[in-house]
Design a protein around this ligand. Structure first.
Ligand code: BES
Ligand code: ZN
Length: 861
């Protein structure tokens, strides 16, 4: 709970810990309400500092005993832990504490989920397990002994390799004992323990040097049939990291465990990854193509952390992007290789614009490497992750692929086993390339989305691009220096032939000109190809130019972007003046939709249009006040116009993209299903739902079933299917999450709050489960017109539930507060409504540090 005065931690205050730990021995005597944790730790003075303060973190621990070199020692309670008097020499620490896993609803530390014990220690959860220097720069080798009764916990796992498993008949009743040893020094945040009645889906992998690794995905009995896809994804990830980064796995076993109650998606604990069941369990009947794609990516992500995060970790939590930005970048490369590079790039840009831009353009804006925080859990953000990954991508673009590979080799070689900083990372690139990256480093320090403005000039066969950059003020940063912005540019002639292939312009000044000589006719530039930098682009381009690029651009990203800009312009004109949807856009897109040389997944993305919240953000950027109802109406009108003007091709598009034969989640089949589904959604607007009802009845996989249900709900014809869906899936939690979400997604704006409220009274609304909570409240917050309905009912409902959840699960509550981050975009009436709710939350007698920090940053107080 919140301290009287919230404490702020600063990057500039970093000091090393006074002690070094070589070995840690932990013994767990598991009990649902009274688990004993015994720690034996060898400490020795850290020669890099003279400060010998002996402070160990600890939170909600019941002390049993503490000894130094075998003698009971007095502990002083200090803020966030304990201190003790210890010799200025090596010594042995031995302590015993008691903790209560069953009472742990925050899902941080050791807790119980569905009868099984599990842990989540990143970022600062290990301190809820035992007294320890819970900071990532303290790395040690762990040996873990787990004792429990054989009946409830036949399986007991920890990090590293299992050494021993048997019953200890010297104790009564005789417990099961399992011992794990992790030979690799690691910070406490990578510690994990799992115990319960679990079954394994097993396999093995032989590494490039010929070592055999035992692989297992552990699930509750009944979920065994949902493991095969995850296992294949794991093996693909292991192979890919060997082939592309030369990184080999380093233990004899690798375990993944699925748990139902989990705040995040998944966690990379050394050798024992723990996953939210929604991010690993998959079967054709219960998972959509989107689920399969996400599961493959997240398994890769956590696996890749073994090198970028675990073998090389972070010195302190300000360096979070060192492991997360790099690992997101690596998992994106993996997905691009496994599936389609342009499709993945477009999906990532959509996510960046959908989540990171609003963050960077509002009160929560912070640098990729923040300089202060109150609660580190609040900084696992789109900026640290997604913009952090973009920064790595720009670095690779600037130095080139070969230099990037060489720098990464040096990084792994030089820093293996260390806890590092962004400075270490940059130094590796500077040394291996000879480049001065001091200006590039601003990407880590300056917050906000830079704006790049393009002006064209053509004179005497010289074509010139005048580029300028600027960046608006963000919290704590009033003025900014120019950054290094790689702008990928190609030139086309009037026929659409590429006359200058993609090259990288390095924009380093506030204003710069780049000339291309020898152009007898005026070329058409394609700027910021592949979205080569996370910026907004201001370019005076008319619809005819956009239509030309939509038809001809040789860069698939910019070709998609041209269509996007046309859609944007069309929607803005409807919102502002009630203009009819742009017919040239509809015609241009129509000819692409039926172009069978284009990947169906790519065509599906072409069919999409800017989200309502993106449009609200654009209007706000343009100095206007977005009206959520007008935005909603315009978006629907554009969809109706698509349905009308493509009526003649939609049935064929639907038919041509049916997939025969047994279900496979591969990219090609998934792409066809997504295009057919887009066609179905539009067709249903014309014919009212007969086709969707047929698809629903015949569907033998979740992708087809759910898309049919979507179309029916969209057409107000989904009641029967919705009831049938519930009856069919009432025993499958992950599918029932979809059942909840669907109803909120497809509610009319004025009915969204009521729908969500009604669902919170449903018997299956288990609000303490983060997935279920998000399935209703997260989706409510994402329904732009519904959340911002002028009644204010949705604001109040979300605030009610955040207040209720906060004492139970601060982390999930705090993350969801960001629903309010865009409040300053809207009119005075809505602003007042939101402020009232923010003040109501802030005014709670007790508020977690997590939520208190988020609300005060959002309010700007
Ligand atoms: N290390 C994180 C998990 C984590 C996040 C732990 C926040 C503690 C606090 C993990 O590697 C991660 O980044 N997971 C992401 C998914 C990933 C594919 C980006 C997640 O859980 O959303
Ligand atoms: Zn991660």
């Amino acid at each position: 709970m919140q301290d009287a005065a919230p404490k702020t931690i600063y990057l500039k205050d970093y000091t090393p810990f006074g002690w070094i730990i070589d070995d840690v021995h932990l013994t767990f005597r598991l009990h649902p309400t009274a688990t004993r944790v015994i720690s034996r730790i060898r400490f020795r003075p850290n020669p890099e500092t003279t400060d010998r303060t002996f402070f160990l973190h600890g939170e909600a621990l019941k002390p049993i005993s503490a000894k130094v070199d075998g003698h009971e020692v007095a502990l002083r309670n200090v803020d966030g832990g304990i201190e003790a008097d210890v010799p200025n020499a090596p010594f042995n620490w031995e302590a015993e504490v008691e903790i209560n896993p069953e009472a742990n609803t925050a899902l941080e530390g050791l807790y119980m989920s569905g009868g099984m014990y599990c842990t989540q220690c990143e970022a600062e959860g290990f301190r809820k397990i035992t007294w320890y220097p819970d900071r990532p720069d303290v790395m040690a080798k762990f040996t873990v002994r787990i004792e429990s009764d054989a009946e409830h916990t036949p399986v007991m796992l920890s990090n590293g390799d299992g050494l021993f498993y048997e019953q200890d008949s010297t104790q009564t009743p005789a417990p099961n004992v399992s011992i794990y040893q992790d030979p690799w020094p690691k910070p406490a945040y990578l510690f994990a323990l799992v115990a319960g009645d679990l079954v394994a889906h097993e396999d093995s992998f032989t590494t490039m040097s010929g070592r055999k690794v035992d692989l297992a995905i552990w699930v509750r009995p009944g979920d065994e049939h949902k493991c095969a896809f995850g296992m294949e994804a794991l093996k693909k990830s292991m192979t890919w990291d060997e082939e592309v980064y030369g990184r080999e796995y380093d233990l004899d076993e690798f375990n993944i465990v699925a748990v139902d109650d989990f705040n995040m998606g998944a966690m990379e604990n050394k050798g024992l990854n723990i996953f939210n069941s929604s991010c690993v369990l998959a079967s054709p009947e219960t998972s959509t193509d989107g689920n399969f794609e996400r599961i493959e990516a997240i398994i890769a992500h956590e696996y890749f952390h073994n090198w970028t995060g675990n073998r090389i970790t972070c010195r302190d939590w300000f360096q979070l992007c060192l492991k997360e930005g790099l690992t997101v970048f690596r998992d994106a490369q993996f997905t691009a290789d496994m599936r389609s590079e342009p499709v993945k790039r477009i999906e990532d840009v959509l996510a960046l614009r959908g989540r990171q831009f609003p963050e960077d353009q509002g009160p929560l804006s912070h640098p990729v490497r923040p300089e202060s925080f109150q609660e580190i859990n609040n900084f696992y953000t789109a900026t640290v992750y997604e913009k952090g990954a973009e920064v790595i991508g720009m670095l690779k673009t600037l130095v080139g692929d070969t230099a990037y590979a060489k720098a990464l080799d040096l990084y792994f070689e030089r820093h293996d086993g260390q806890a590092c900083t962004i400075e270490d990372w940059i130094a590796v690139f500077e040394e291996s390339t000879g480049r001065d990256l001091s200006q590039f480093k601003l990407w880590y320090a300056q917050s906000g989305t830079p704006k790049v403005t393009v002006r064209e000039e053509y004179k005497d066969d010289v074509f010139t691009l005048h580029l300028s950059q600027s960046s608006a003020a963000t919290p704590g940063q009033d003025s900014k220096a120019p950054q290094v912005i790689p702008v990928a540019v190609g030139l086309l002639n009037d026929n659409g032939d590429e006359v200058v292939p993609t090259q990288i312009l390095e924009l380093t000044e506030a204003e710069q000109a780049f000339s291309f000589t020898g152009h007898a006719t005026r070329p058409v530039p394609s700027v910021l190809r592949g979205f080569s930098a996370p910026v907004t682009l201001e370019q005076n381009v008319d619809d005819a130019r956009r239509a030309f690029l939509l038809a001809h651009d040789t860069d698939p990203f910019n070709r998609w972007e041209a269509g996007r800009m046309l859609a944007r312009g069309s929607l803005m004109a409807t919102i502002r003046d009630g203009a009819a949807p742009n017919a040239d856009y509809l015609d241009g897109l129509k000819s692409l939709l039926t172009d069978d040389t284009l990947d169906p997944a790519y065509r599906t993305l072409m069919l999409g249009q800017p989200s309502q919240s993106e449009l609200a953000g654009l209007l706000h950027q343009a100095g206007e006040t977005p009206d959520p109802d007008a935005i909603h109406t315009a978006s629907e009108a554009l969809r109706d116009a698509k349905a009308q003007s493509w009526a003649d091709i939609l049935p064929d598009l639907y038919a041509a993209n049916q997939v025969d034969g047994p279900f496979s989640p591969d990219a090609e089949a998934a792409g066809k299903r997504s295009l057919a589904n887009s066609a179905l959604m539009l067709l249903t607007r014309i014919e009212g739902g007969a086709l969707a009802a047929t698809q629903y009845a015949k569907a033998d996989n979740m992708t087809l079933q759910l898309s049919a249900l979507s179309a029916l709900l969209d057409a107000d014809a989904g009641d029967e299917a919705l009831a049938a869906f519930y009856d069919q899936w009432r025993d499958d939690r992950l599918v029932i999450d979809k059942w909840f979400s669907m109803q909120v997604i497809h509610a009319k704006p004025e009915a969204v709050a009521d729908t969500a409220h009604r669902l919170t009274n449903h018997i299956d609304f288990d609000w303490k489960n983060p997935n279920r909570f998000r399935a209703v409240m997260g989706v409510l917050a994402g329904h732009h017109a519904g959340f911002h309905n002028k009644s204010g009912a949705a604001y109040t409902l979300l605030a009610d539930w955040l207040i209720k959840l906060d004492p139970v699960n601060p982390q999930t509550t705090a993350r969801m507060c960001s629903a309010f981050q865009t409040w300053k975009r809207y009119d005075a009436h809505r602003q007042t409504l939101i402020q009232t709710q923010l003040e109501r939350i802030a005014g709670q007698a007790t508020l977690s540090r997590d939520t208190a920090e988020m609300i005060s940053r959002i309010r700007g107080v």
